[in-house]
Design a protein around this ligand. Sequence first.
Ligand SMILES: [Zn+2]
Length: 309
Amino acid sequence: MEGTLRLVSAPREGSLSEQVERLRRALDEADAVVIGAGAGLSTAAGFTYGGDRFTKWFGDFADRYGFTDMYSGGFYPFDTFEEYWAFWSRNIYCNRYLPAPGSVYADLFGVVRNRDYFVLTTNVDHQFQIAGFDKHRLFYTQGDYGLFQCSEPCHAKTYDNEAAVCAMLKAQGYVKGADGAYELPEGVRPLMEVPSDLVPHCPVCGKPMSTNLRIDNTFVEDEGWHRAAERWADFQRRHERTRTLYLELGVGYNTPAIIKFPFWRATANNPLATYVCVNRGEAAAPVDIERQSILINADIASVISTLTA
Ligand SMILES: [Zn+2]
């Protein structure tokens, strides 16, 4: 598809409010809304991998190991599982169990909550469910930070990791604050390793556990994953001839085959469909579906909050 494709980009500044108005009308007229969410949506929600959040949670790791953001820390070859899980328990906790700093997920839920909607996402941070989205209308294609799996994997099952992650945080010195969230007491320097008996192992084969993220071919597609895939296929079948609005938010070109290309194809195959792309700097659509497209080159959080106003 990519090879011969001609794209049109979003119009220049000035027509932004006009595009948002078009989006509002298209939403009003739609029978169904499919949200396709990429990394840009979580960035818009304040889930940044560097800066203050990184310093707050990983300042000690930065000093010792020299990495400067959570993403690169995820690739650091720690010598021991005890250090590895100190890093990963904090990483999973602050990116999966804490609510996003910004309100874009909650605002988005306000836009679709009374509609027939479905969410397809490559994000692994669980923020749709935290914001109130129905989990039967979500398909997390690339996994979930909140699940462990066998690293081998010897069997295709995943395990909720909240209790294990919180136990690892506690062992490093974190305590539950008044709001129920773990934090570091004033003046406490956290340990940078977890006790060996908290290192998670597969209950079947005894090998180390890993996080259920599609980073290589060991990714486990468990029963929940397959059921979500079926529900997504059903939703698509029901809406291939209805006024369906495909709302793509913050999807880049790293894995376009998961959201972007299917949205373009579904729009091209259904004259009643509308394709919406909100992405600062990267809002574009194929020429073939230009007349069915609304391209918004702007910050996702401000566009969505305008819709709720
Ligand atoms: Zn195993």
